[in-house]
Design a protein around this ligand. Sequence first.
Ligand code: QV4
Ligand code: CA
Length: 510
Amino acid sequence: MSVFLLLVVVGLCSAQYNPNLNENRTSIVHLFEWRWEDIAAECERYLGPNGFGGVQVSPASEHLIMENRPWEERYQPISYKICTRSGNEKQFRDMVTRCNNVGVYIYVDIVMNHMTGYGAGIGTSSTCGSYFNSGARDFPGVPYSRLDFNDKKCRSSNGGIDNYNDAYQVRDCQLLGLLDLALEKDYVRGKIADYLNNLISIGVAGFRLDASKHMWPGDIKAILNRLNNLNTKWFANETKPFIFQEVIDLGGEGISASEYFGNGRVTEFKYGVKLGNVIRKWNGEKMAYLKNWGEGWGFMPNGKSLVFIDNHDNQRGHGGGGASILTFFDSRLYKMGVGFMLAHPYGFTRVMSSYRWPRYFVNGKDINNWMGPPSNADGSIKTVTINADTTCGNDWVCEHRWPQIKNMVIFRNVVDGEPFSNWWDNDSNQIAFGRGNKGFIVFNNDDWNMDVTLKTGLPAGSYCDVISGQKEGTKCTRKQISVGNDGSARFQISNTSEDPFVAIHVNAML
Ligand code: QV4
Ligand code: CA
């Protein structure tokens, strides 16, 4: 009996670690600051057909309108009305329906640790026109009042967090001056749960929980316990929302990521920092060391982690990372980093999709890192236009449409469930590994050419390299690799090649 109960409990709990993806899909993409209408179109015209599993969208709750419209206004909620710079509720609903209908699911960024900053002021400068008074802690759009915030509970010199080794301060005081919600209150939990259940009823598949480090794991759990199962129009009965918590744990702080494992997955920030160092060859790192990548590098357990090369914060010098983080600005190294991530079995993978901004460093700091998405004179976000060559216009970078990245998203789908196998390295920066008998990838990040014959584990045949080109009809558009009867193949990669790596998989076999 007790064994049975235990199994039931484990079965129920495991759901929030599962991204609920459609069959044969394994990754999500963060379409940072995209309009709901553009996301709906992208699901239908690109993400669905190319095997993307889902989209992380920017916060969906009504937020402050700030001067010059920086991106960070999305992280200053005014109410839980679905009414943002990305569009209104009707457009949000339409997006979820259209994406779900093509098997691409929506994961919403949830800001529930706080409301806007204490200095936001009084007025209706919010995306749906809801009144607020930050000084009085008055948010009638929810409604929240003084009673719903942690002002009395916080014990620090100035109401902010000045010691990250003090877990009480980190959870009960103001992050960056943002009004900290009293999440132990039944009333507050109820308001947040209502918002999340509204999103669930519309058809979303899960949530990113922003600033999770600043919330007590038990408070998060209490809110999650109130959530409904996913909408059965698209999901199986009794499916729980997928949960991933934003906790930046690079070690050395009072709070560790493992405290959050009971609630769902957690962002593994060490991943991008360390892979950035390896690919940049900083600190004596080299790709040969990636042989035991994953838990062997001190990362959280595979089943608990959400991994990414860069995110909307650390690509612009905000929260968690530093100089080693690879971004679209270093496109050559970036493609290698994303390629490695998507080929390697560790973690649930998220691809970043950004907009361009005029990065400008003064004393090592990018003074333009506040800049919001491409926008029109009236502050509305510019639409994502699509060029004839499938790239994006209007300053949208669309990393997810870079052919090498798109093809590696497909690679990951093809090799899903296959073991890490046939590792090879030259003790320097040339490495190769396979995924069972389904796929194989080879990198040359050394300063000299590579010409090696390696055991791939793949069935004999001719394969199209999906990095330099891809399979189209019965032909390869660029490099072709032939695997012999013994499973071995010759790889020649010039160190000066724009993309010094090669990837093959069984769905790109001629
Ligand atoms: C300013 C002053 C403060 C003053 C306050 C008074 O600097 O001294 O107390 O006004 O109102 C912005 C500004 C910040 C401003 C604050 C409040 O940068 O200067 O304070 O708002 O008005 C994003 C941005 C933040 C931004 C925030 C809200 O990155 O710069 O703050 O949005 O607009 C830690 C956390 C981690 C967090 C990371 C950035 O552990 O959880 O910092 N990451 C998430 C999101 C991130 C978001 C938040 C959390 C907050 O990924 O994008 O912050 O929701 O590592
Ligand atoms: Ca808090």
